[in-house]
Design a protein around this ligand. Structure first.
Ligand code: AHM
Ligand code: MG
Length: 334
């Protein structure tokens, strides 16, 4: 359009969070602050991601930073940045990260929340400039305030998440999240350093014509998955697989479709991690009107009872009719 420059940029994330907070009479503002801290970490990681090619170059020359540390890989950098932002923010008493075996105590024992996250998912794609993402999931702690957090704070189950979201570092950077009242999306305006509301109410179409999985694993996939994929192909659906979960998921959310990481004999739990990949994306998809199941038995991902902080789960996620269909195919066969 001619007047594209005349369009107002709109609501900032900051203003949006403030407005939402005032709608809930008992909100204390702590969760709002936590979301702000996560957005800040997202901006910092965005900056690192944008100049990754340059830091790669430096790394290749074996440079060290001012503290004498070796240049680090971006996923490690993202992990450090995120934890630092949450420590400084004060609302999270502990963090669980894909990058670290143990729960990380932030020292903010007065904080009421814990955050499980994958600071930079799809890191195999960093070197080739393909979109990557950050995924996060927030719980209200069950351990007493004032003490260090425990495993139980993280092992409450997907339905206990109070908020979840992701940042997609793509052709534009986006923050998408839910607090259990629908799904909102913000786009980053880098010259202003602000996230602006771009998707006030994200709903996934009930049906789609895109399937997304690693077909290289075809011969290891269960029968019901292959049957469904053949049906998709017969109907002329498109296959799309970035190999970055956040990117593949985001496309499905906006356009409709199904993403799957099925179980195989060698990996009966698939590859993806339950707490900081499957749960948050399942929470968002249900809030957007879609579905997420863990397999042929139709168990909703959010209903899986967690036993380990880093456990894996198969994932079938996306448009509700497509998820229903693949499961129905499995039941017919049985
Ligand atoms: P990561 O957490 O080690 O980056 O692995 C998760 C990634 C997802 O982003 C992506 O969907 C999947 O692994 C791709 O796996 P595969 O190469 O087996 O298809
Ligand atoms: Mg990951």
């Amino acid at each position: 359009p001619d007047n594209i420059l005349a369009q107002p940029v709109g609501t900032t994330l900051e203003r949006y969070i403030m407005r939402k907070q005032s709608e809930f009479a008992f909100a204390t503002g702590e969760l709002s602050q936590l979301l702000r801290d996560i957005a800040l970490a997202g901006k910092i990681i965005n900056r690192e991601v944008n100049r990754a090619g340059l830091s790669e170059l430096k790394g290749a020359f074996g440079t060290e930073n001012i503290q004498g540390e070796q240049q680090q890989k971006l996923d490690v950098v993202a992990n450090i940045r995120f934890i630092r932002a949450l420590k400084n923010g004060g609302q999270a008493c502990a963090v669980l990260s894909e990058e670290e075996d143990e729960i990380i105590q932030t020292g903010n024992n007065q904080g009421k929340y814990v955050v499980a996250m994958d600071p930079l998912d799809g890191s195999a794609n960093i070197d080739v400039n393909v979109p990557i993402g950050t995924i996060f999931s927030i719980y209200r702690r069950v351990s007493p305030v004032g003490t260090p957090a425990t495993r139980e704070d993280f092992l409450q189950g997907g339905r206990k998440q109070v908020a979840a979201g992701y940042v997609l570092y793509g052709s534009s950077t986006m923050l998408v999240y839910t607090t259990g009242h629908g799904v909102v999306g913000f786009t980053y305006e880098h010259s202003l350093g602000e996230f602006f509301l771009s998707h006030p109410e994200l709903r996934i179409p009930q049906d789609g014509k895109i399937f997304s999985c690693n077909e290289g694993h075809w011969f290891d996939y269960p029968e019901f998955v292959r049957t469904y994929l053949m049906e998709c192909k017969r109907k002329g659906y498109n296959g799309r697989y970035v190999g970055s979960l956040v990117a593949d998921y985001h496309r499905s959310l906006l356009m409709g479709g199904i993403y799957m990481y099925p179980p195989t004999e060698k990996k009966p739990q698939g590859k993806l991690r339950l707490l900081y990949e499957c749960y948050p994306l399942a929470f968002i998809i249900e809030q957007a009107g879609g579905a997420a199941v863990a397999g042929a038995d139709n168990t909703a991902v959010l209903d899986i009872v967690p036993t380990d902080c880093h456990q894996r789960s198969p994932l079938f996620i996306g448009s509700s009719h497509m998820v229903e269909k693949i499961v129905a195919g499995a039941t017919e066969k049985a």
